[in-house]
Design a binder for this molecule. Structure first.
Ligand SMILES: Cc1ncc(C[n+]2csc(CCOP(=O)(O)OP(=O)(O)O)c2C)c(N)n1
Length: 332
């Protein structure tokens, strides 16, 4: 992550270095800003295809990826913008990809669900539910062979734990003792189906236990809790332990995809979750408990807005791919 300059008096006031606190805040604000921006551009008809937004879940990707370096790997999902931004993806190339433009991560041919940047360990968002997990097992075998302390984190939703891939991947990772932390983001719904309808277990942690994996339950709306829980687990993996499973309990505010009117959700439910806004909560803790100055937070917010303005301009002005390139970069 880009290091943030501290003002006098902001250094060393907490057990988490203040640079990291502010970096966490920056990532969360960037994810929220990106999602709000692309939601509006989608409504204007500028973004084709599907968008599955991450608003409400920002604390999970931010708190986890703050502990990672570009040598570590993640695999993502159809709801992948937050994971990719937190892992350091370039928002210009991401937004251009969503626009379907030639300057995007996949030359405009992949769209929202296929953002990938192998150079910084993003092994891909993925439209197939659960499919990131077997890829993570492959990366885990690579990381174990490299023996350089790399960590692999597949992100997935609780709905994906009903898919065979989850069980095969967790079993294989456990048997081979791979350096993987399976991160389940329990956002309470799988598409339009509430958790209690499709899950015969109360927590996904129980599913980790079934494969002999030490598993943890975390408040996924509290970025400090996510960050602090993950730090020692990630260190244990770097030191040769693993795999582990972490379930982060959170909620999505937007529909399953943009345009979903969410009629399947009880009235008032989203408003209740909005009262527990991970960004607002963290912002208020930063000023009240960690003594970060209001002006420092405003600077972060302004810088993020500027970065997103530039990404939007870049995406609008970039060309669409040439028709003749349709058959390039594909397996046949
Ligand atoms: C193998 C497969 N089955 C079904 C779908 C359709 N589908 C897309 S997202 C989704 C629900 C996923 O829920 P969850 O894993 O909890 O992730 P969330 O959307 O909540 O982030 C389904 C069933 C798919 N894309 N892939």
């Amino acid at each position: 992550m880009k290091k943030i300059k501290l003002k006098k008096g902001e250094e060393g006031l907490s057990h988490i270095p203040n640079e990291e606190l502010m970096s966490l805040y920056q990532t969360m604000v960037k994810i929220r800003g990106f999602e709000e921006r692309v939601s509006s551009l989608f409504s204007d008809g500028l973004i084709p295809g599907f968008l599955h937004l991450y608003i409400g879940q920002e604390a999970v990707a931010s708190g986890i990826c703050e502990n990672l370096s570009k040598e570590d790997y993640i695999t993502s999902t159809h709801r992948g913008h937050g994971h990719c931004i937190a892992k350091g993806a370039d928002v210009k190339k991401m937004m251009a990809e969503l626009f379907g433009k030639e300057t995007g991560y996949c030359k405009g041919k992949g769209g929202s669900m296929h953002v990938v940047d192998v150079e910084i360990g993003i092994l891909g968002a993925n439209g197939i539910v659960g499919a990131g997990m077997p890829i993570a097992v492959g990366a885990g075998i690579t990381a174990k062979t490299n023996n350089k302390g790399q960590v692999v984190i597949p992100f997935f939703g609780e709905g994906a734990t009903g898919i065979g891939y989850f069980h095969e991947a967790v079993n294989m990772a456990s048997v081979l003792k791979l350096p993987i932390i399976f991160v389940c983001e329990s956002n309470q719904y799988a598409e339009f189906t509430p958790r209690e309808t499709h899950l015969p277990v109360k927590t996904i942690v129980e599913r980790g236990g079934a494969y002999g994996i030490e598993s943890f339950l975390v408040n996924g709306n509290d970025v400090v809790e996510v960050y602090q829980t993950m730090k020692p687990i990630i260190n244990r993996v770097r030191n040769g332990e693993g795999p582990f499973l972490v379930e982060c309990v959170t909620n999505r505010w937007s529909g399953h995809f943009e345009g979903d009117p969410q009629r399947y959700r009880p009235e008032g439910e989203i408003d209740e979750w909005k009262k527990n806004d991970p960004i607002k909560n963290f912002r208020s803790i930063l000023t009240s408990e960690y003594h970060i100055q209001e002006s420092s937070l405003v600077s972060i917010e302004e810088a993020v807005k500027l970065e997103l303005d530039e990404a939007e301009k870049f995406s609008r002005e970039s060309p669409f791919p040439n028709e003749l390139s349709t058959l390039e970069d594909v397996y046949a």
